[in-house]
Design a protein around this ligand. Structure first.
Ligand SMILES: NC(=O)c1ccc[n+]([C@@H]2O[C@H](COP(=O)([O-])OP(=O)(O)OC[C@H]3O[C@@H](n4cnc5c(N)ncnc54)[C@H](OP(=O)(O)O)[C@@H]3O)[C@@H](O)[C@H]2O)c1
Length: 323
């Protein structure tokens, strides 16, 4: 089968098209004929091997796992002996590993049936960013109907989900993005928009929840925009130093939070079966729709990775697999 591999860390040039053996599913796994695979910042970090601290897990000098990719959609081609819920021919989406390939294996509980209203490309843009936004809003921030939620980085992969899901939970959403994404975030349902190139965050403590996905703003700036008993969820932010990335601010927030009435929380968006199924249920109805900006053929994965970090993308990017 065709796959994208990287045998050393670096920029997108390290990604090569190659031919590998088709994987064989374990007892609790299914073999998926991949239709589309989502691109996300996690894959960029794995490709680049940065921040360096992550190499303790991913391989010190070269990547242990040569095929990238987590988000997936496709059709079940074969099932392991202990698989009960899925059958050959089912259209599925969810999280796996090594999805930048024509076939991959995934645990049954990491997959859901693809809602019919979604294309494979939309479905492949769902598990990583959608579940991250979902957990951040429902489980970490515990967003309630009528609350005021600010999403920073609203025009991006996770932010485009967060705006829609916060609206789905009944919140008033303020989206923070650059000028080029103002109309896009409005189209997702943002109640109001702050173009951060023209205006700073408010300092009146008006947000019950801030979901911070970009910009690495100082905690003091974010806290001034947050209500006295509000919740700040730190979900991302590129930059920081090359050893620990943006983790320094997150660790400071965890320490501060012990002494404050405001809650400063970290978001770790692992794809778990319950939130994935809850997201699939939401996606089964009109309302929330994955925002796919563009797709690239598998063979052009390197171009996709370049586009991912260009700040030009509205929503998500995916690879499409033609096999
Ligand atoms: N915690 C987790 O489990 C988890 C899971 C997935 C992703 N993440 C992290 O979440 C972050 C966002 O991921 P993503 O996939 O959404 O990335 P993305 O698609 O690149 O989106 C980031 C967005 O932030 C905007 N932005 C850049 N600078 C900004 C600033 N100063 N203020 C406000 N917005 C700004 C960018 O566009 P504009 O500047 O044009 O508005 C872009 O739309 C990444 O750091 C990623 O690693 C964390």
């Amino acid at each position: 089968m065709k796959a994208i591999v990287h045998s050393h860390y670096g920029n997108p040039e390290v990604l090569q098209v190659t031919t590998l053996e088709r994987p064989v599913p374990k007892k609790n796994e299914v073999l998926i004929r991949v239709k589309a695979a989502g691109l996300d910042y996690g894959q960029w970090h794995l490709m680049a091997g940065k921040p360096y601290a992550m190499r303790l897990a991913t391989g010190l000098t070269k990547p242990k796992q040569r095929v990238l990719g987590m988000d997936v959609s496709g059709v079940v081609e074969a099932v392991g002996a202990e698989v009960t819920r899925l059958q050959v021919g089912d259209a599925v989406f969810g999280a796996a590993s090594r999805t930048f390939a024509e076939f991959t294996c995934a645990r049954e509980d990491q997959l859901c049936i693809k809602p019919e209203r979604l294309s494979f490309e939309q479905a492949a843009a769902s598990a990583i960013s959608g579940v991250t936004a979902f957990i951040g809003l429902r489980d970490v921030a515990k967003v309630e109907r009528g609350q005021s939620v600010c999403v920073i980085g609203a025009g991006g992969g996770v932010g485009s989900w967060a705006v829609q899901l916060a609206r789905h939970f009944g919140a008033h959403v303020t989206a923070v993005c650059s000028t080029s994404k103002v109309e896009f975030v409005r189209s997702l349902g943002a109640t109001s928009v702050i173009d951060y190139t023209k205006a700073p965050l408010p300092t009146d403590g008006s947000f019950d929840v801030i979901l911070d996905l970009a910009g690495n703003r100082p905690l003091s700036v974010l806290r001034k925009a947050l209500a006295p008993r509000g919740t700040l969820v730190l979900g991302g932010g590129e930059g920081g130093d090359r050893y620990f990335g943006g983790m320094g601010r997150t660790l400071r927030a965890a320490l501060w939070s012990m002494f404050l009435r405001q809650r400063l929380a970290m978001l770790v968006g692992f794809v778990k079966p319950e939130p994935l199924q809850a997201l699939a249920d939401i996606l089964g109805q009109p309302g929330v729709t994955p925002a796919v900006d563009r797709s690239f053929p598998l063979e052009e994965a390197a171009d996709g990775m370049r586009a991912l970090v260009s700040s030009q993308v509205r929503g998500k990017l995916v690879l499409r697999i033609a096999a």
